[in-house]
Write a protein that binds this ligand. Structure first.
Ligand code: ADP
Ligand code: MG
Length: 323
């Protein structure tokens, strides 16, 4: 298993693929200071933890999850990377008690998730499902975002304040009266995120948040994910098979394959291992593929995974006279 080792970086801000001109740049996940990530974990209790978590769907012979050990620390941004069927959604459904382990444990702040603490668990860990049509069901955006806070039994004035705040955060102020089924896929996804934000969770788990979105909507969702993490301090867990977006938000990458946790580490580290990526039925980010091809041609290139770090590596190779 790889050990997390984020690369030090000059700290330049990077562009998200598909980011609109003039949109604010955000820092890519791979560029956190090493001390920052280590600092987040030193002596800190994981907010979520799975211990030897196994799960099998009824009537199936094979486990969908096989002995998953994972610790999620407060404030982290983690990408759970895996091909279709790897077990990402199954894992996520264990993190707020939707599914119950066949064996092993899931712990929230050190306590096993059970019926007793389910209410606290659902308040602490919010899940944004892959398909917003599974989540956004009310006739208006406002009613949909209000659903969670009303269920918490909050007074009306508090519900209204939370709905207003959540819609502002996702950039959908003015959409209160709109019917969700008339919105675009990207807007529906933002409504789903607003509904979770209105619950003020400590952890947000997003299952394939950019799947099916156009590049601009995808960039907006990624930017929102960064904002929720950096400005609100919310721990973020995302699943994806889209390798190109991972370097732009993940501090730590967990690779799932056939229900097993194959590896975890910093994005640079994970994508510097083409064998692992091939085994997990994934591919390298496009930028990294160029460096892998150069290496295969005997060039002493380091694999880089973002456009900016790639540019620096190309300049380095030119200066050192590499062909
Ligand atoms: N409701 C279900 N019933 C039976 N098998 C399922 C169900 N959901 C998922 N699976 C199986 O469990 C495995 C993991 O699926 P899933 O967690 O959805 O993977 P991913 O989200 O990574 O695509 C797959 O083999 C899938 O076919
Ligand atoms: Mg899935």
């Amino acid at each position: 298993m790889l050990i997390t080792n984020p690369q030090k970086n000059p700290g330049k801000e990077k562009n998200i693929p598909g980011k609109a001109p003039g949109q604010k740049n955000i820092k890519p996940g791979s560029c956190r200071e090493e001390s920052g990530l280590a600092g987040k974990r030193a002596g800190v209790e994981p907010v979520l933890e799975t211990r030897k978590l196994c799960y099998r769907y009824p009537h199936l012979k094979e486990n969908a999850l096989e002995s998953i050990d994972l610790k999620v620390y407060p404030g982290e941004r983690i990408a759970v990377l895996g091909a279709n069927g790897a077990g990402k959604s199954t894992l996520f459904k264990h993190l707020n008690g939707i599914l119950h382990p066949l064996s092993g444990e899931v712990l929230l702040k050190g306590e096993i998730i059970s019926k007793k603490n389910m209410r606290v668990c659902r308040q602490t860990v919010g899940i944004v499902f892959q398909d917003p049509d599974d989540q956004v069901l009310a006739p208006s955006v406002e009613e949909d975002v209000a659903f969670g806070p009303i269920n918490l039994g909050l007074p009306e004035v508090e519900v209204r304040a939370r709905v207003k705040e959540a819609l502002e955060l996702v950039g959908l102020s003015g959409f209160e009266e709109r019917a969700p089924h008339h919105l675009s896929g990207g807007q529906k996804k933002l409504v789903a995120i607003a509904g979770i934000l209105a619950m003020r969770p400590e952890v947000i788990v997003l299952d394939e948040p950019t799947a099916g979105l156009d590049p601009l909507s995808s960039a907006r969702v990624l930017e929102l994910i960064m904002k929720m993490n950096e400005e609100l301090g919310i721990t973020m867990l995302l699943s994806t098979h889209e390798v190109d977006v991972v370097p732009y938000f993940a501090e730590r990458v967990v690779v799932l394959h056939h229900g097993r946790l194959e590896a975890e580490g910093g994005p640079e580290e994970i994508f510097s291992n083409p064998t692992l990526i091939g085994k997990a039925h994934l591919r390298l980010p496009r930028v990294a593929e160029v460096f892998e091809l150069l290496r295969q041609d005997g060039v002493n290139a380091h694999i880089r995974i973002t456009a900016e770090t790639a540019k620096e590596e190309v300049l380095r190779l030119m200066q050192t006279g590499q062909e």
